[in-house]
Design a protein around this ligand. Structure first.
Ligand SMILES: Cc1cc2nc3c(=O)[nH]c(=O)nc-3n(C[C@H](O)[C@H](O)[C@H](O)COP(=O)(O)OP(=O)(O)OC[C@H]3O[C@@H](n4cnc5c(N)ncnc54)[C@H](O)[C@@H]3O)c2cc1C
Length: 323
């Protein structure tokens, strides 16, 4: 029985997931585990596997559609892993990320020659962006307006035309398939377009490296990119970000997934309260009480429309969790 299980961290039985995603659709999970530290995360992963469940990892839920109903098994949210701090004074290239305790918590106003932050997986990317603006550190402006957490950003290699997450990753601490911590330097990783390529490894924390700059310059770039993003994407509506990856430009004649949807007449198609955004063909927005069934049916309809009209099989970027 759900209520009798004991987990190595805070846990909720039959927990709603729709409110934990930005598109606000979907059902519940049998178990939601809420570790507050990297070590609790590791123990939660081991415990879930010990019960025969491969846990699903939930960050900010900003690129995720959860099916309606109840997902059996375990979801682990990183939302309580909210620490960000500067590496200690004695940091060297040989330092271990595991040994970096968050007792050197950063003062956001301070700034020094070592333009790095240690971020636990659950810190939100908008918080990193605003922190680096205050510090006058460059490198992450391209992710302004991108919701979600550091762990999700690394797993997805979030980004766009102004830069990608892995450009600021120095190394990550992951929990591997054996349930052990492993530190991966950037040079050992092979992130690609919208994919951190970490396989089943789960991000616990990361060292992020920035470039010292001046606050007004960083703020100005963020303002510029954000205003362009707001003009092009439905950032104030409930969505799951881009549904599809942009296809090979050689096959699409240089057209993005959103442009293909638009050219094929897919914009503003709807199912219930799920609507293809009139602003951007690669976004499905929830205009009220859309269900996951509505959203997924609409995605399939538009995918098939583009395939019929162009022969292009759009590959999904958004993650879908089904029972
Ligand atoms: C309005 C809007 C605008 C957006 N704009 C952009 C954009 O410009 N560029 C872009 O790339 N994305 C964009 N997105 C999508 C989304 O913001 C990014 O993909 C983001 O990085 C997802 O992070 P998350 O923490 O929300 O991950 P989630 O949605 O929670 O999870 C996504 C995937 O990452 C995995 N994951 C999460 N945390 C971890 C972890 N700690 N370790 C291992 N795997 C993990 C999950 O299991 C899942 O498979 C946008 C979304 C919205 C709603």
């Amino acid at each position: 029985m759900n209520s009798l299980k004991s987990w190595p961290c805070a846990a909720l039985a039959d927990a709603d997931l729709s409110g934990r995603t930005t598109i606000r659709v979907g059902g519940k999970t049998q178990w939601l585990l809420e570790p507050a530290t990297p070590e609790e995360l590791r123990k939660a992963i081991v415990a879930a596997r010990g019960e025969g469940f491969e846990p699903r990892i939930l960050g900010g839920g900003a690129n995720l559609i959860v099916a309606d109903g109840v997902l059996p098994g375990v979801v682990i949210t990183t939302d309580r892993m909210q620490r960000v701090f500067r590496p200690g004074e004695a940091v060297s290239s040989e330092e271990s990320l595991r040994d970096l305790a968050p007792d050197t918590r950063m003062a956001p106003e301070s700034r020094d020659a070592d333009a790095r932050l240690v971020a636990w997986a659950g810190i939100s990317m908008p918080r990193i962006v605003s922190m680096t603006q205050r510090l006058g550190w460059a490198g992450v402006e391209g992710l302004v307006g991108v919701p979600g957490n550091v762990g999700g950003g690394i797993a997805m290699n979030a980004g766009g035309r102004w830069g990608e997450m892995w450009e600021i990753v120095e190394r990550v601490l992951v929990v591997d398939e054996r349930g052990e911590f492993v530190e991966l330097p950037r040079a050992e990783c092979r992130p690609s377009y919208r994919n951190g390529n970490l396989g089943r490894a789960i991000v616990a924390s990361a060292v992020l490296r920035f470039r010292p700059d001046k606050t007004p310059a960083v703020v100005e770039r963020c303002r510029d990119y954000l205003s362009q993003k707001k003009r092009a994407q439905p950032v104030t509506e409930k969505s799951a970000g881009c549904i599809w990856k942009n296809p090979d430009p050689q096959k699409s004649g240089g057209r993005s997934a959103g442009k293909l949807v638009e050219d094929c007449g897919g914009k503003a198609r709807s199912r219930g309260d799920a609507v293809v955004s009139p602003l951007h063909g690669n976004f499905v927005v929830n205009r009220g009480k859309a269900t996951a069934v509505d959203v997924l049916a609409l995605i399939e309809e538009v995918h098939d429309l583009v395939a019929q009209k162009t022969g292009i099989d759009l590959e999904r970027e958004v993650k879908v969790w089904c029972a």
